[in-house]
Ligand binder design. Structure first.
Ligand code: FMN
Ligand code: SAM
Length: 402
């Protein structure tokens, strides 16, 4: 089982995304010797300073030789023992602190040993195994019990095996298995060119990552039917045909519903994975929709539409310069009299998850005042309006002025 990452800022390879440090190992399932050899071989091919390969490993496998495995378990901190005792394989990583070619201290030895171990963990992930590195152990006891030379550094013990049942873990550990995995934002750990200079990944990379790692139907905004508020407004306004743009179409369900209603539909999104998936849906449903990978903040779209729907896009832009760029695009793509149906998170929605922008009627009136008439603004919900658990939303009908 892999946990869901929650703060992805750019897409990464699935293997990297899916590796995580579980504590739930299947105690009854051995790692076969070929798989174990592959993991060790991956570790062997890690890069190292001067090609010194300062790493060595002790492999303790409960299924092939229980005595040394037991000694490794006993060398772990009591807390680690509680879960690591279920792992069939424990691998000690040892680092040689002296360069063999000149006898000088190798100040990269620990760094290189770490690189080697992550190669092992990723190979394990690729083979369907799980791994968990530990720094919580008594190096002196491991050295004494397993004959590790005094001059070497014991760096880590890595548990390796197959995923087990969360329920089999001590109660204290169980919540850790399902907790969201988080990381510091890239802006905290990356400096642009010079220490202290801000780095920001493009927001589009975050959307792309989200679509690559999550099944479309599991995205919180996925709604298979035409959004109830959009549907209601189309009926009230007697809008049944004409050209329509589904801005930030995501899964493409709204675009598809508009096409089925008789609109000539264009759909755009900043994520190419979203567009691919929306395109597949349209093909499967035999709907003729024009798709574009396009950033609304810097849009290359060059035709006008009678109708634009924005279900959950404007609220992605809390910065005023982005809001202005959005307004410029939407203003350019809508002729006088054109309708914008906009649905965003409501200011009263306080849940932590969700978009950074949350608005009330006064906000929308202010943002759109120069170029739009606000025909209607109503409080509603994302998802089904009858579902009180869905996030609070604001739905607005705006008409482009001349
Ligand atoms: C050098 C090192 C030492 C660690 N020591 C322990 C440990 O003693 N016990 C433990 O439960 N996890 C340990 N971890 C696991 C980390 O807590 C874990 O990698 C981190 O929280 C990130 O989670 P992730 O691996 O699921 O991405 C260690 C990880 C590393 C790399
Ligand atoms: C909350 S989702 C809603 C998706 C879709 N409208 C729906 O209702 O299912 C927001 C969408 O806006 C897209 N998006 C975010 N920033 C964008 C940008 N700058 N330009 C175009 N699309 C953007 C995202 O990729 C995502 O698909």
């Amino acid at each position: 089982m892999s946990q869901q990452r929650m703060n992805v800022q750019a897409p990464i390879e699935r293997l990297l995304a899916e590796r995580w440090s579980t504590r739930a190992f299947d105690p009854d399932r051995p790692v076969n010797s070929e798989q174990l050899a592959s993991c060790l071989e991956a570790a062997r091919w890690a890069p190292s300073c001067f090609g010194a390969e300062p790493w060595s490993y002790i492999v303790a496998d409960r299924f092939t030789d229980a005595a040394p495995w037991q000694q490794v378990v006993e060398g772990l901190t009591p807390k680690n023992q509680l879960w690591a005792k279920h792992a069939p394989v424990l691998i000690i990583a040892v680092s040689e602190p002296i360069f063999s070619h000149n006898g000088n201290p190798n100040r990269w030895a620990k760094y290189d040993t770490g690189q080697s171990i992550i190669c092992l963990c990723l190979q394990a992930e690729a083979l369907g195994l799980v791994s968990h590195q530990m720094g919580g152990f008594d190096p002196d006891s491991l050295k004494a019990n397993l004959g590790i030379p005094e001059t070497l550094h014991v760096m880590s013990v890595t548990a390796l095996g197959y995923a087990g049942q969360t329920a089999s873990l001590d109660a204290d550990f169980q919540p850790m298995e399902t907790a969201a995995r988080t990381r510091k934002p890239l802006s905290d750990i990356v400096h642009a060119g010079r220490w202290g200079e801000t780095y920001q990944p493009p927001a589009s990379a975050g959307w792309e990552a989200r679509y690559q790692e999550t099944t479309i139907e599991q995205l919180p905004w996925f709604y298979a039917e035409l959004d109830d508020d959009i549907q209601q407004s189309l009926d009230t306004l007697h809008l049944t045909s004409g050209s329509a743009l589904d801005l930030g179409c995501g899964p493409g369900t709204q675009a598809l519903s508009l096409a089925k209603r008789g609109f000539v539909v264009t759909a755009s999104d900043v994520s190419w994975t979203a567009i691919e998936s929306a395109r597949k849906l349209a093909v499967a449903e035999q709907a003729d929709i024009t798709f574009h990978v396009d950033n609304v903040l810097n849009s290359a779209l060059n035709q006008q539409f009678d109708l634009i729907i924005d279900r959950g896009v404007f609220h992605c832009f809390p910065e005023s310069n982005d809001q202005q760029a959005y307004l410029d695009t939407v203003g350019r793509l809508l002729p006088a009299g054109g309708i914008l149906l906009l649905k965003c998170f409501h200011k009263d929605e306080t849940c932590e998850m969700g978009p950074p922008g949350r608005y009330d009627e006064a906000d929308i009136r202010r943002f759109f005042a120069d170029d739009f008439e606000l025909i209607e603004a109503r409080s509603t919900r994302f998802g089904s309006p009858s579902c009180a658990d869905s996030p609070m939303a604001l739905f607005c009908v705006l008409k482009r002025l001349t």
